[in-house]
Design a protein around this ligand. Structure first.
Ligand code: ATP
Length: 327
């Protein structure tokens, strides 16, 4: 993705939901996109699929997938890519699953739409997929309706449907947020196993830094429609440079340190119709400098080719962290 800009045109003004986002994800790799609610994570992924609400428009940028710019394809060509080459799973499987058709019918439909197989073969493939994603008694489950499955099983069924055409890219938007922690761990493990087997790339959207640490190779931290920090997972977790990334990391519960209360980030995500001038994070930032941060917007600075940060004063955070670690 190169300099993607996706705007929404509303009665109250223009919402710059995604404003100049760039990243890269390769075969077999997982990119985590992390940030609070409203930072533009979902709009970024819906832009890749070109499935925006009516009032949304991609106004600039490129999305190069296997050498082709998705933004230049006709709707017909795009339809061949959706679901076959690029698949998506969501937090709430009922968004993707139709309540009036059986799980099997829906997986078979996806298979038949993109592959030249008979109904009988498609049914067998659907059963095999359900088995692969860990659904017990798949021969029986294939004829059940979504409401007959538990939340975790529905999530597995949606993954089966998404994987039915062996996509090269899977976009997972908060895939485990609605599940309890043990099921969450199982689903993440399943995604990792399937990724290894299929060699697919994953874009994982989450607000949970724990999930990012578990799953990602690279991380893009988003704030108010922009990437504020980008790097490999180890760098982001051990050497965060942006005060927002640092604050997100500080708000994860830890078992190695005694904590009376979890830290939260003060203030709220800014109103997209009324972003603050300068750096959009400055009203919440402990390193804010008047006359600079509230006036100019920092560029995404490339620190060493692999690590990028959008902050004028990232050295201040470094100094604070190093001073803390010496205590
Ligand atoms: N159809 C729309 N019209 C106007 N604004 C929209 C529309 N769709 C999304 N937005 C706005 O775009 C911004 C980014 O939304 P997005 O859903 O990408 O955030 P997110 O980071 O995925 O948050 P969440 O974790 O809550 O899903 C938000 O301010 C949202 O209100």
């Amino acid at each position: 993705m190169e300099n993607l800009k996706t705007y929404f045109y509303t009665e109250d003004g223009v919402v710059k939901a995604v404003d100049g986002v760039s990243f890269e994800v390769r075969e077999g790799e997982t990119l985590g996109i992390v940030g609070e609610s409203g930072s533009g994570k979902s709009v970024t992924s819906l832009s890749i699929m070109r499935l925006l609400d009516q009032n949304g428009k991609i106004v600039d940028g490129k999305i190069i997938f296997k050498g082709r710019n998705l933004l230049e394809l006709s709707e017909n060509e795009m339809r061949k890519i959706r679901g076959k080459e690029i698949a998506m799973i969501f937090q709430e499987p009922m968004v993707a699953l139709n309540p009036v058709f059986t799980i099997g019918d829906q997986i078979m439909e996806a298979i038949i739409l993109h592959q030249n197989v008979s109904e009988k073969e498609a049914r067998k493939m659907a059963i095999d997929l359900l088995r692969k994603v860990g659904i017990p008694e798949p021969e029986k489950r294939v004829d059940e309706y979504p409401h007959q499955l538990s939340g975790g099983m529905r999530q597995r069924a949606m993954i089966a449907m998404a994987l039915s055409c062996r996509p090269s890219l899977l976009i997972a938007d908060e895939p485990t947020t609605a599940l309890d922690v043990t099921i969450q761990a199982q689903i993440l493990e399943l995604m990792k196993e399937l990724q290894k087997e299929y060699g697919m790339a994953i874009i994982l959207i989450t607000h949970d830094m724990g999930v990012v640490a578990e799953m990602s190779d690279k991380v893009a931290v988003m704030y108010a429609g922009k990437v504020v920090e980008y790097g490999d997972v180890k760098t982001i977790f051990t050497e965060p440079k942006h005060p927002y990334t640092y604050a997100l990391l500080e708000s994860i519960p830890r078992i190695d340190v005694e904590q009376e209360r979890l830290k939260s980030i003060p203030g709220n995500v800014p109103d997209p119709l009324n972003f603050p001038p300068g750096c959009k994070f400055h009203p919440r930032c402990e390193f804010f400098e008047k006359g600079k941060c509230d006036v100019e917007e920092p560029e995404l600075e490339d620190l060493d080719g692999n690590h990028k940060v959008r902050c004028f004063f990232w050295q201040k955070l470094d100094e604070m962290r190093h001073a803390k670690s010496e205590v």
